[in-house]
Design a binder for this molecule. Structure first.
Ligand SMILES: Cc1cc2nc3c(=O)[nH]c(=O)nc-3n(C[C@H](O)[C@H](O)[C@H](O)COP(=O)(O)OP(=O)(O)OC[C@H]3O[C@@H](n4cnc5c(N)ncnc54)[C@H](O)[C@@H]3O)c2cc1C
Length: 380
């Protein structure tokens, strides 16, 4: 359906094999231990999955970057959603440097990102500002040629293991700007690590910034461009979250089909009971429809066309589908679906986050509604 070139099919089959052979066997233990796993991140870097959006000379892809990003995430998410999230956050965190970095900043950070060994955190959300990005309070105050950065960032994926971060903060009244920051800079402290329902092998970290001294050289783009960069970042990341959701949904429905063919009740396999068959039919239909939306959103990004509405549609459609499909998969497996011996239990817990982060699904519906009105000439 994605109409890939031969070399792209080869890349995808290698990613799929790596996910099945190397990440899947670790996934259950990683989830149980509830800790970020460096081995899995290392594999992603070695396979080029943390470098996709960099220029080709730094290990990025030459074409169809967003499409390949999505298709690779989908393959990894079938094995381990926490690992797939690292691919997303690496892209999200690097985006302000790729999009707005000066040639000096690119010369500094691209070789580090190209190594696939350094992780980037994206420090935007704050305790009182999640959906409402413009309400953030972290601020940078000018001090001669430098800035002093202070504030509290929360829910930073990989914040506790990343060496680089991109930080959104106020640089004036209602003026938001991005800075690139080394996580070992003086004044950067790690706060609480979140203990979560799902994505247990992903690090989710509070990061406290106390008078962090940064120079003009850390400012990404122009002062005041931060909000626009953050919104553009969403256009790339939301198809990726759609892919994450599809990977979770697909591996759950496959487990449910396999189980329903083997398990017998009332003298016949579960799959022969129409109520079960219909759940599976609905799941497969939603996956197929969601994949169509995801591919369209990604291909539109790759053509450098505006994909904001499609990206939000794909994000909320696929994540809502993942929640419903994983719930049904647990139901089809009955009591066994509720136990950790089958990975549908992990996928069910992981699915919930896809409806919340990178813009909760209520916000996606607001975006779709507003974009649709704009297209029709109704300006709000
Ligand atoms: C595991 C995890 C990883 C994350 N990783 C990162 C990261 O790496 N970097 C980062 O910056 N952030 C990250 N986040 C933050 C995430 O993006 C936010 O949690 C998300 O945007 C929602 O913000 P919030 O939690 O403050 O909820 P709120 O904004 O308080 O919203 C609460 C609920 O109200 C709904 N709501 C809010 N406003 C409206 C409205 N106007 N109309 C209708 N409904 C509304 C929302 O949809 C949501 O359901 C992560 C979060 C989690 C849980």
């Amino acid at each position: 359906m994605a109409q890939l070139k031969d070399y792209q099919k080869i890349i995808l089959s290698e990613i799929s094999k790596m996910a099945k052979d190397k990440i899947l066997p670790m996934a259950g233990t990683m989830d149980k231990e509830g800790k970020f796993n460096l081995d899995s991140a290392k594999l992603l870097g070695e396979m080029g999955l943390l470098q996709i959006f960099l220029p080709p000379e730094y290990g990025g892809l030459e074409e169809d970057q967003c499409l390949m990003f999505c298709l690779c995430i989908e393959e990894v998410a079938k094995a381990c959603a926490s690992s797939a999230l690292t691919i997303i956050i690496q892209a999200v965190g690097s985006f302000p440097i790729i999009e707005a970095g000066s040639s000096e900043q690119k010369d500094t950070y691209f070789p580090r990102l190209a190594s696939g060994k350094e992780l980037v955190a994206y420090l935007v959300t704050e305790p009182h500002a999640g959906s409402d990005v413009a309400a953030i309070k972290t601020k940078s105050v000018r001090k001669g040629d430098n800035y002093l950065l202070s504030g509290r960032k929360c829910f930073a994926t990989n914040g506790g293991v990343a060496s680089i971060s991109t930080v959104l903060c106020l640089t004036g009244e209602k003026e938001l700007s991005f800075f690139v920051l080394d996580m070992n800079a003086n004044g950067v402290f790690l706060g609480k690590e979140e203990d979560k329902l799902g994505f247990r092998a992903s690090n989710t970290q509070e990061v406290i910034l106390e008078d962090v001294l940064i120079s003009e050289k850390n400012l990404l783009g122009k002062k005041g461009e931060g909000f626009v960069i953050a919104m553009k970042d969403f256009d790339m990341s939301r198809p990726g979250v759609a892919a994450l959701s599809l990977g979770i949904a697909e591996s759950s429905v496959e487990a449910a089909i396999e189980y329903a063919c083997q398990r017998h009740t009332f003298g016949k396999p579960l799959i022969r009971h129409q109520a079960i068959e219909f759940m599976i039919a609905d799941a497969l239909t939603h996956i197929e429809a969601g994949r169509g939306l995801m591919i369209e959103a990604a291909r539109t990004w790759d053509k450098k066309l505006k994909n904001t509405k499609l990206a939000s549609m794909a994000k909320y459609f696929c994540s809502d589908a993942a929640m419903r499909i994983t719930t049904d998969a647990v139901q089809i497996l009955g009591g066994y679906g509720y136990c950790k011996d089958f990975h549908v239990e992990r996928m069910f817990r992981d699915a919930k986050l896809t409806q919340i982060f990178e813009g909760a699904n209520q916000i996606q519906r607001m975006v779709v509604g507003r974009e649709a009105l704009k297209e029709r000439g109704f300006l709000l």
